[in-house]
Design a protein around this ligand. Sequence first.
Ligand code: AGP
Length: 608
Amino acid sequence: MCGIVGYTGRLEAAPLLLDGLRRLEYRGYDSAGVAVLDAGRIEMVKASGSVANLAEKTANGAALTGKCGIAHTRWATHGAPTDTNAHPHLSEHGLFAVVHNGIIENFAALKGELEAEGIVFRSETDTEVVAHLLEKYYDGDLKSAVMRTAARLEGSYVLGVLCAKEPGRLFCVKEAGPLILGVGVGENYFASDVTALVSRTKNVIYMSDGELAELTPEKITVYDRTGRETAKEVSHVVWDVEAAEKGGYEHFMMKEIMEQPRAVKNTVEPRIRGGEIVFEDFGLTAEEIRRFSRVVITACGSAYHAGVVAKYVIESLCRVSVETALASELRYSDPIIDGRTLLIVVSQSGETADTIAAMRECMARGARSLAIVNVVGSTIARLADNVIYTHAGPEIAVATTKGYTTQLAALYLFAVWYADKLGAIDAARRAELIAALYALPSMVQRAIDLNVHVKYLAERWHGHKSLFFIGRNIDYAAAMEGSLKLKEISYIHSEAYAAGELKHGTIALIDEKRLVVALCCQEQLYDKMVSNIQEVKARGAKVLGVALEGNRRIFAEADDVLYVPRGERLFAALPEIVPLQLFAYYIARENGCSIDKPRNLAKSVTVE
Ligand code: AGP
């Protein structure tokens, strides 16, 4: 979704701002713009389409002079992705330029009020009201104008503000949505994502809702909602800029698939000590965990799919009832939640608007929350009572891979820890499960090693226009993620179905034009899957079987087979997804799709 960058310092601002925007491109956007302040005048350039278009229009930033500025990548919500609707937006007399992430829900009322005062709007955006309000309230006191403007806004907004009369001074405000300040030497930054900052500084400040910050080249001052100065901790980003670059791969997605053994290892190994699972970054005690009567897992997209896997695993190991709920549904469902509910919130970005809303709703009803999050300091991480960080490193491709597999790894760790604390598993089973957790990185590596065969199969099957992924139990949960991977990057219609449910209606769609990917890694249900494979084959479909290494019987059923390394049954979804990620990747590549930035999608969905 939209991205924001701001800079004030001693260097020319525009090239730095463009560099920041390029690093935010992965989040998804459809236009871009930059504004800099020079000798009391704001100069602004905007372009629909890519940041490359903006770079071309500004000679890579060289056409704009000024050492303080703001920039934006826009993902259209109000008004088409045109040059005019792109951010920044200027106030009536050009005194203010504003960039904005989020949605101003009361913009229509504010626009009516401003139009009645004679202001003529240039764009169709909700954001333009902010620029006009700033100019209306500015009487020489910039902080007060920003606060008075923010007080009029309803909805979600992260704002960057540049004022023609305030050289070297920037303001930014956060009310839902990520905002991070970059602390430099003789220069300071703000951005909606750490990736925009790490090439310049690794010292950052995470802003909280309701806070505003004033930046000059020498100083950053953060204020709370009432305008009182508030002390903030400076955190150090641990990963290098190379982690957010392609490193020789054609696409970030492939790089991130290849990084999975390391990411899973980083997530699992530091938490296993002396044969026990230890969560240092975690405040739930054994007594507290025993008081929960049920678990609710909430998330969106792939993170939700990780939650569906976790339901099977936690219920099997802990014998505690688990409900997995889509956050966009849970938030409006009047959920039955109380103090005996453990709420597990899963999110790579930690900024997904629906997930945050569902979390707030459940916490307001008394649930204790545990977040499984990748991005340190993100909104979900800060809202949660307890956090388990996945150590995936920055994930740039819109289609998640290592984000998802590290979520699974963290959920498996938690499930074993929980079962142990409940006394639901004995010491021998605990040792077996811990050994299985240790084995996960090498299993992922072995799955990756089958890359060449997956590529061959993708080349063979890429022409199909409609696919079904079927499976039972944990294989069904893995089918959901395999299907989503394929459709989001290749734009091929694909559905995930519980294999036994197919015959209750959907089998009407099965004919000789369909390819059915049959996940058969839950061997206790293998014979049932064979029946389902035969049902679809009888109707002419082609079948790609996904089975555990050593399963020879599958050749009698499927047209082709993808093998998955054999290990602990409950953890099978993790190695199993790897060939499906690769399959989706190679099909999308065969079909010439935009793999890292698929159409219509954004990396983190920060609006409802
Ligand atoms: C998966 O490939 C998608 N990009 C999407 O479904 C994603 O998992 C979902 O939007 C949730 O994001 P989050 O993990 O950052 O909350």
